[in-house]
Design a protein around this ligand. Structure first.
Ligand SMILES: *Cc1c(COP(=O)(O)O)cnc(C)c1O
Ligand SMILES: [Zn+2]
Length: 422
């Protein structure tokens, strides 16, 4: 099938830059780049594209290869994407569906970005990749790099949850736990990637992160028979999921595959609410500030804990293009939302993902989301990743012995059998 041609353009000054090598920043203003697909006379039609989706034998994100800037054979053999859109029925007045991204190989939506970034890196001849991370991007890089036989280096702040660190180490990545913040980690990782054989996966700065994440939007639309929901709720830190999801829905609309664009609601944690602040003061007629408002995060939502969002231009554009909005939620509401999702639907998410559900409740209470609206919530990461946030589940139950049937004492069946490693 014929394919598209591509180029990079700057998210801020729109300067086009040539395709060919992996580029990270605009050579004019230093901001992030986006990837632009160019249609020409022999590009496939919307019908052709949808036919390739339907006839694809791939279950994961490579099913959408017709709209991706790299060939599928560069991908890993892990199944990334292809996650279920779970119909939760009527939930307190809205029609709720949850996109369960916890089922990705490393347990978060980040795998979509990493899968695409590493496919492009492999094609370019890179032997390894480095990323800054609050935990999930690192776990994702470590996981998919292992499957691609590439070396992974992860730079994390000291505040990274233990479970995420354990995961990164289990996959064999080199880990640098630095004394500073995620922002410091970001700069260190970018400097390490000066070597051309080392790809930098840093969120937003690597334009292919957004391209990978947009496949989540394609899956949502396809699961709804190319009809789109009224709202998609996106937990937001750096703003790269937000801009990736917007890119996916805008793509489908521009191609005529869907006839509407859902509104996006960015869910941010209190104290990590830079995008919400900049959105409130956003004025289309005035140039955006070059750097985002810096905040000092202190929240249980560790994946949203960023001081200066690394994809803020693209995130603000995403909100504008989708007539979106931002909702800021506090830790108490986030923890309660995580518990409710687990106990009502059997879906346990880390606090950062649950922030989306808290935002939905706040958005509904304030009337921004109307009764009967169709809402898709992104369940961006598994609850197993940050169990330390849930005192009541990590505390040992006080009544463990009381529930044993009479006559059975602990240890009655003798010591546990222990096998030996070969
Ligand atoms: C990274 C992440 C987010 C936020 O994504 P950004 O692109 O940083 O806005 C939300 N939830 C989870 C679980 C994540 O890992
Ligand atoms: Zn620029």
């Amino acid at each position: 099938m014929p394919s598209f041609s591509y180029r990079y353009t700057c998210v801020r000054c729109a300067t086009p830059q040539t395709w060919g090598t992996i580029r990270y920043r605009c050579h004019v203003c230093g901001q992030n780049l986006r990837i632009q697909r160019k249609a020409d006379a022999d590009s496939p039609s919307a019908m052709d594209i949808v036919t390739t989706f339907r006839e694809s034998e791939t279950e994961g994100m490579w099913r959408y290869v017709a709209l991706l800037p790299v060939e599928a054979h560069w991908g890993s053999r892990l199944r990334v994407g292809g996650t279920p859109l779970i119909d939760c029925g009527d939930d307190g007045g809205v029609r709720l569906r949850i996109k369960d991204e916890a089922r990705n190989p490393s347990g978060s939506l980040k795998d979509r970005a990493t899968e695409l970034v590493l496919a492009v890196a492999k094609r370019a001849g890179c032997t390894g990749a480095v990323t800054a991370s609050t935990g999930n991007a690192g776990a994702s890089l470590a996981c998919i790099a292992a499957a691609q036989a590439m070396a992974a280096t992860v730079v994390v702040p000291a505040s990274t949850p233990f479970a995420k660190l354990a995961q990164i180490r289990a996959y064999g990545a080199n880990v640098y736990e630095i004394g500073g913040t995620y922002d410091d980690a970001f700069e260190i990782a970018e400097r390490m990637a000066d070597d051309a054989l080392l790809c930098c996966r840093n969120t937003g700065v690597n334009p292919f992160t957004r391209e990978g994440k947009k496949t989540c939007a394609y899956e949502i639309a396809e699961a709804m028979a190319w009809h789109v929901p009224d709202w998609v709720i996106v937990p937001t830190g750096d703003g790269n999921i937000l801009s990736g999801i917007a890119a996916g829905f805008l793509d489908l609309f521009a191609l005529g595959i869907t006839s509407a664009i859902p509104r996006l609601m960015a869910a941010q944690a209190h104290s990590a609410d830079s995008i919400a602040r900049d959105w409130t003061t956003y004025d289309e007629t005035v140039a955006l500030p070059v750097s985002p408002t810096a905040v000092t995060p202190n929240t249980v939502a560790d994946s949203l804990s960023v001081s200066q969002p690394r994809d803020h231009f693209a995130a603000l554009h995403a909100l504008r293009a989708t007539r979106g909005t931002c909702v800021v939620v506090n830790d108490e509401c986030i923890a309660a939302a995580s518990r409710t999702l687990a106990q009502r639907f059997g879906l346990w998410y880390e606090p950062s993902a649950a922030a989306g559900y808290a935002a939905l409740q706040a958005g509904f209470a304030s009337g921004r989301i109307q009764t009967g609206a169709e809402v898709v919530l992104l369940g961006t990461g598994s609850g197993l990743k940050s169990p330390q946030c849930f005192d009541d589940v990590t505390r040992p139950p006080a009544c463990a012995l009381a529930v044993l049937p009479e006559g059975h004492a602990p240890g009655e069946h003798g010591p546990l059998h222990r096998g030996t490693c070969p």
